[in-house]
Each structure stands twice: as C-alpha cells, then as structure tokens.
Design a protein around this ligand. Sequence first.
Ligand code: UD2
Ligand code: MN
Length: 347
Amino acid sequence: MGFCSAACCKLSRRVKYLFLLLLPLSVLAWICLFSGGSVKSFTVFSAATQALIKKENTQDLANLGTSVAVRLMTPTPRTECPKKSPLLQGAVKLNFEPSLKVKDVEGENKRVVEGRYQPLSCTARQSVAILIPHRNRERHLLYLLHHLHPFLQRQQLHYAVYVIQQAGDATFNRAKLLNVGYLEALKDYTWDCFIFHDVDLVPENDRNLYVCDSQPKHLVVGRNATGYKLHYKGYFGGVSAMSREQFGKVNGFANTYWGWGGEDDDLRIRVELQKMKIVRPPADIARYTMVFHKRDSGNEVNKDRMKLLRRTPLVWKKDGLNSCKYQILSVERLPLYINVTVDLGKP
Ligand code: UD2
Ligand code: MN
C-alpha cells in the first residue's frame, strides 16, 4: 500500500463525510466570490465554516450549505442603505400583552435567523450588536424582543441580539455581563457598534437610531417613570451606544461593580477621561417605556459605589476589558437571540 492510501485508511468515516461536504461548499464559495458576491459575506461564510470544521459538526455543515445556497439565489445587496430609512414610522404604539408567547414573536420575525438580520434591498450602513444583560426577567425580554426586532429592521440595520445571562445566584453584575457580551460578540463578527441595553426599556420612537456616532451616545433622554425628563446631567444608564473603537479605548466597563448602581457613571467617567463627549438625540425622540419592576433579589444597592467612582481615574486602565475573567457555560443560537450563559464568579 502506498503512503497516501495508508494514511487515507486512517481517516474516520466522519472525516470523510466532512471532506465530501466541504468540497461542494468550497466550490459554492468560489462561485459566490467571483460572481461579485460581497467579500464580507464570504468572510463570514469562511469564518463560520472554519468554526464548524473545528467542531467537526456535519449536521451544522449541511445546514450551512443550505443557507449559502439560499444566499446565492438572493440578489446581493449592492447599494448602501439610505441615511434615512424610508421604513421609519416615528412614534409607535407599544403593547405589553400578557398572552404574548415566544412562538408569536418568532412568527413575526421570520427573516431573523439565530438572532441576526440584514436588509435584503441594500447594504446596511452599520453592523450593530445589541447586548442585553439578563437574569430572571423572561417576560421583559419577550416584550423587548417583540418591539426591538421590527424597530431595528425598520432602521435597515445589519444587527444581532445577544442576551448575556448571569448563571447562579451570586450578586448581579450588569457591567461585567456587558464586557462579556462585547468580547463574545466580536468572536462572531467585527461589529461596528454596540448597544448596551437594559431588558426593561422599550424604545417608543424608531427615529431613535441604534447606530454609533463619532462620540458615545446616550439613547434614553426620558422615560415614562421620570416624566420623560433627563434623570441627571451626566446620566449614561439604560441604553447607550459606543463604537467598537470607543469602547476599546475606555477599556470597557469596570468589572468591580456588584449589585445595583454606579457602573453607568463609571463608564461616563472613562469616556470623559478620553476627552470624548456624550451626545443625545432630541428629547422628543429619545423616549422609552420602562416595564414596571421592583428591585430584584441578588441586585441589592452597591453601597461601595461612591468609593469605587472616586478611584476610577486611577484604575480604569487595569480594571476593564483587559482584566475580565469569566467562564462561558453555553452559547445557544436561538431563533430570536444568541443566548450566552456565563459564570462571572463572585464579588
Ligand atoms: C438603572 C439603569 C441601569 C443601571 C442600573 C444600576 C435606567 C433606565 N437604567 O436601572 O442601566 O445603570 O440602574 O445598575 O436608568 N437585570 C436583570 N436581572 C436582575 C437584575 C438586573 O436582568 O436580577 C438587568 C436588566 O437588564 C435590567 C438591568 O439589569 O434592566 C438594570 O437593572 P434594574 O432594571 O433593576 O435597575 P434600574 O431600573 O434601576
Ligand atoms: Mn429597570
């Protein structure tokens, strides 16, 4: 037996199937590239393929083959979407039906695949990752997804929704969850922009654009609970937008705020230390409804927050994205969002 055939014999049946599947896939990918398909979608495709090869998951490869074939039959978007989407409606009526089910929201959003969407008719101007810190707020999450998916689609964005779940019952840490969301989302795609989004805040007006500007943006000027007035001058909580670069530059959120409060002010201090300025959309647009809730158990007021805020200028360089230690327990690609469950450790 020659060297090659001896080696081939050693290949498991699984690897052979993998090879047979990969061959037509790579042909498809080349056709895609040379027929003028967007380079970006090819890159996404090959990154996804490599990830799957690593896992040797033949079923997923078969699925990927189908989705590539579907994409090849779909005309490639060539023109950039207009600055102002023609689909915007302005103020929309929100509803919070107690009978709403996950299946209803999935049915309303058939073009959202694994929490991700991109417009068909044009190339989105920005790719945006929505990061939602979460634990035990399933109803709020469903109401938010119900409104947010159509809202983002009307804005003609390429986006994905990530829900970052804190596992266990240690004290809640919103800021660290959002750091994890940023780091994990970047493993999927090089997102331009990140929206840090409370689960209970539903935007009322789709002219409140979920895109990043040249400066960090605070999207909640007013909400029902505060008579739609800005809470206080330096307020940066609730929903905010920072580009990949802006968030990297401030080393993300601090990891050290356990429990309620302070982490949003800490981020504002980081932004100001970098000589950036927080911008806000007009008050009549940046309006939210906060679903009523009580303080959760496990998220008691952080009594140390004032002390922590005083040391931010001294510690921001070593407390943040570059020191964020965590353990991912699972990443589930559900129809409406990517569900990242993480063990953050304890205070
Ligand atoms: C305010 C800020 C929020 C954050 C917080 C202090 C507004 C509108 N929001 O929210 O951005 O700065 O104060 O930490 O001003 N969560 C869970 N499960 C829990 C606890 C919290 O999912 O058990 C998540 C959820 O996304 C929630 C967010 O953390 O929306 C903030 O917690 P909150 O809603 O209890 O605090 P709130 O409304 O005072
Ligand atoms: Mn809240």
